[in-house]
Each structure stands twice: as structure tokens, then as C-alpha cells.
Ligand binder design. Structure first.
Ligand code: KIV
Ligand code: NA
Length: 264
């Protein structure tokens, strides 16, 4: 189980091999995820909600992500580790370079940045300095104050066209992957078709190159209403290891996500 590399992820996209990603926050789960052969692991700022108990991802700090990256990295031998850039850590190029460097030193191999706009310059600055970047469009939870809640994005034609433009722009800026969150399935498929980098969907339908879920969600551990894109893999998997293996199997064979998990 040699480590997954960035060129291998690009090759998977070219070969039409679906990619798997789960979020993770500690070494114990990292070992279970690694044993199941998951391709990529994300220390998401979702940790603010599922680990720290906050109502949004905004309170998460660079030190929080750095700590959890170091924990997860100790549990991984195979999966490529991504670190989320928390709220405002990517507000300037200098801040982003500092935070991302800390995450790579802690064991991450890529960082994830929400949005386009001025973030395009941030993405370019990191990539030019040898820090691989995953972009994130659609529902970007760090925009919750402006959005007023968590809901599907890109529903009307104008918003869809803007998202497609942003997707092309993050790829042109040097992003190596793109997470699409809560995007109508046809739009996510259109964006995937328009790009050469792998797209990883969450609530974005089966037309993406890969799928990501929050670990707690896919294990049925959820506080509040379950979004439609979440599937409880523990219910059928029988054990935590079985649930993670079922996720990998169902993403690879195209069983997950089903139509019921997406937005038309
Ligand atoms: O923070 C997170 O867990 C994420 C994934 C849902 C993509 O950004
Ligand atoms: Na996140």
C-alpha cells in the first residue's frame, strides 16, 4: 500500500476510475479508512461542527486543522491527505502560504480552498510555491453568513453559468481537484465534463469523478436533520470497517450516489 500520489489521481480521472474521499479527524479512524483503500482523506473544517460542536465551520482555526492533520497523518500509509484551509486562513496570499505550509509539515499533501474570485490568486500563489490545491465550489459553508443557511447552489441558469466559469477558472489557476457541494446533478456532470481535473461530489450526483462524505454522516452519527445526499453505510455495513468498505465499493461500482441522494 504505497502512498497515493497526485499524478495517480489525475490518471484515475483519465481512466474513468471513480475516486473516494472521506473526512477524518483522528488516527484511529484514519487507520480504518486506510485499511479500506480509500484514495483521499480530508481533515475538513467540518470538524468545527462534528468534533467541536459549533453551529458552523467559522470558529475553526489553523491550529485546530494542524493538530488534526498531525493526528490523521500518523494513521495513514496509503491515502493522500488533504487539509481544509479554515475561515480567513486564505484571506491573503501570505496567510494562506503560512497556513498551508504548516499543514504540509504536519503531513498533508494538498490543501482545500473554498470559492473563486480573489481566491484564484491565492490558489495560483500556493501552486506556484509547490503546494497542491483542491478547489471547492457550490455550497461553500464558510459563506454561511452571506447565504443565510446551507442550501443547494447553482439552481438558476445564471448561477449555473457562473459556477461553470468559476470551475474553469480554478482549474486554470492550477487547482488539482475540485469539490462540488450541493450542486444539481446535471450541473455537476456538466462541470466535470468541462474540466480535466477530477471533481469530487457531495450532494452533486453520480456525474462527478469521485465522492466525499463526512465520516460521522456516513456512520449514521448525525445531530439534526439528515441531508438527502447522506447515506448511513453503518446500517448495512454492520461495523465501522464494513461501512467504510461498503462506501468504497458503492462509489467505485457507481451504486452510490443513487438518484435519491442528488438534486435534480
Ligand atoms: O469540511 C468538510 O468536511 C468538507 C467536505 C464536506 C468536502 O469540506
Ligand atoms: Na470544509
Amino acid at each position: 500500500t504505497s502512498p497515493v500520489t497526485l499524478p495517480q489521481l489525475m490518471q484515475a480521472r483519465r481512466d474513468g476510475r471513480r475516486l473516494t474521499m472521506l473526512t477524518c479527524y483522528d488516527a484511529g479512524f484514519a487507520r480504518a479508512i486506510d485499511a479500506a483503500g480509500v484514495d483521499t482523506v480530508l481533515v475538513g473544517d467540518s470538524l468545527g461542527m462534528v468534533v467541536q460542536g459549533h453551529g458552523s465551520t467559522l470558529p475553526v482555526t489553523v491550529a485546530d486543522i494542524e493538530y488534526h492533520v498531525s493526528c490523521v497523518a500518523r494513521g495513514l500509509q496509503h491515502a493522500l491527505l488533504l487539509a481544509d484551509m479554515p475561515f480567513q486562513s486564505d484571506a491573503t496570499q501570505a496567510a494562506a502560504l503560512d497556513a498551508a505550509t504548516r499543514f504540509l509539515r504536519a503531513g498533508a499533501a494538498m490543501v482545500k480552498i473554498e470559492g473563486a474570485g480573489f481566491k484564484l490568486d491565492v490558489i495560483r500563489a500556493l501552486v506556484e510555491r509547490e503546494i497542491p490545491v483542491c478547489a471547492h465550489l457550490g455550497l461553500t459553508p464558510q459563506s454561511v453568513l452571506r447565504l443565510g443557511g446551507y442550501r443547494v447552489q447553482g439552481r438558476d441558469e445564471e448561477a449555473a453559468a457562473r459556477m461553470l466559469d468559476d470551475a474553469r477558472a480554478v482549474e486554470a489557476a492550477g487547482a488539482s481537484m475540485l469539490v462540488l457541494e450541493c450542486v444539481p446533478s446535471p450541473l455537476a456532470a456538466r462541470i466535470t465534463h468541462a474540466l480535466t481535473i477530477p471533481t469530487i461530489g457531495i450532494g452533486a450526483g453520480p456525474g462527478c469523478d469521485g465522492q466525499v462524505l463526512v465520516l460521522h454522516d456516513m456512520l449514521g452519527l448525525r445531530h439534526g436533520r439528515r441531508p438527502r445526499f447522506v447515506k448511513d453505510f453503518l446500517a448495512d455495513g454492520g461495523s465501522i470497517q464494513g461501512a467504510i468498505e461498503a462506501f468504497v465499493r458503492e462509489v467505485r461500482d457507481g451504486t452510490f450516489p443513487a438518484a435519491e441522494h442528488g438534486y435534480a
